[in-house]
Design a protein around this ligand. Sequence first.
Ligand SMILES: NC(=O)c1ccc[n+]([C@@H]2O[C@H](COP(=O)([O-])OP(=O)(O)OC[C@H]3O[C@@H](n4cnc5c(N)ncnc54)[C@H](OP(=O)(O)O)[C@@H]3O)[C@@H](O)[C@H]2O)c1
Length: 308
Amino acid sequence: MRSKDLSGMESVLVTGATGFIGSRLVQKLIEKNYKVTTLVRPGKKVSVETDEIKGDLTDSNLEFGERSFDVVFHLASHTPLEKNTKILQKVNLEGTKNLFNAVKDKTKSIIYISGLGVYGSPETTINESHPYDPDTSFVKIRLEAQRFLEKQCKENKIDFAVVHFGDVYGSKGWFYEMLVKRLQNKSFRIPGGGKYFKGFVNVDDAVGSTIAVYEHKGFGESYIVADSLPVTFKEFVDFTADQIDAKHPGNVPNFIAKAVLGADLIKLLTTSMKASNEKISKIYKFKYPSFKEGIPAVIEELKSKNLL
Ligand SMILES: NC(=O)c1ccc[n+]([C@@H]2O[C@H](COP(=O)([O-])OP(=O)(O)OC[C@H]3O[C@@H](n4cnc5c(N)ncnc54)[C@H](OP(=O)(O)O)[C@@H]3O)[C@@H](O)[C@H]2O)c1
């Protein structure tokens, strides 16, 4: 792997730029002086100024005109909250194919964002050499999209890398909407008691690591991006509750949680996962080595935005 100087005016396409992680990625890329194009669904707007292309991944005629890119960061997807497998296929798999067809003659590289769910239910601490073993439809579809990109990029001489995020927390997304707000109004319950381990990562480090993969030209590789301290979900939740002076929540049986939130989401959430970040740490220094530093920073941000 080769390190490079400052990014200059390299040209980047970001999908999912209106989302929780994508919006932070775009902000950081602009700060770093990248020229940022975004694929945005009609009616939506990115919070900062970018070259916005209106389009939907499900459109097989996506068009980027005369533009060319040094790298495409592909984040757009439905989350595991979507229970309809046909919709997941259409957006996460067919949408990825549509995107590839639209950029294959226009980009030098693609970085695909995925999650730790691809590793299934490992019994030991995993690293990137651990075999993929997806056990939910959501992740099987995501892995199919990854395999498609790997194969097509190889055939078309496009550099490719995949980044597997742990559970990403920040001032938007599930952490704020589903945890902080519900701890505040006392409606949060921990599925299955929360004794399972998770690999969390602050959104700033998720974004920073992804950019580092590009800047260090870490292609032909996969990267696990989680902080250095795997922790049980219960410990993570109780720590968050303490930061906002909320009560520690009670539990909900898995079968009830599955009925409400969907079997795939609860399976992904309640599977114990300890993942090593040794590989990504060689090219990226985490700002928040653990949730103990990362959560207080998010709480401060929420307070500064009057969201707490
Ligand atoms: N958040 C996590 O903890 C986590 C963990 C592991 C991996 N990841 C992965 O990281 C990526 C970003 O996650 P996130 O949490 O930022 O998700 P998010 O907030 O739900 O954002 C999803 C993004 O995808 C866009 N999108 C959805 N369907 C689309 C379509 N048909 N055409 C074009 N754009 C579409 C959404 O656009 P609209 O605004 O128009 O809906 C939005 O910008 C995803 O690939 C996710 O699987 C996330």
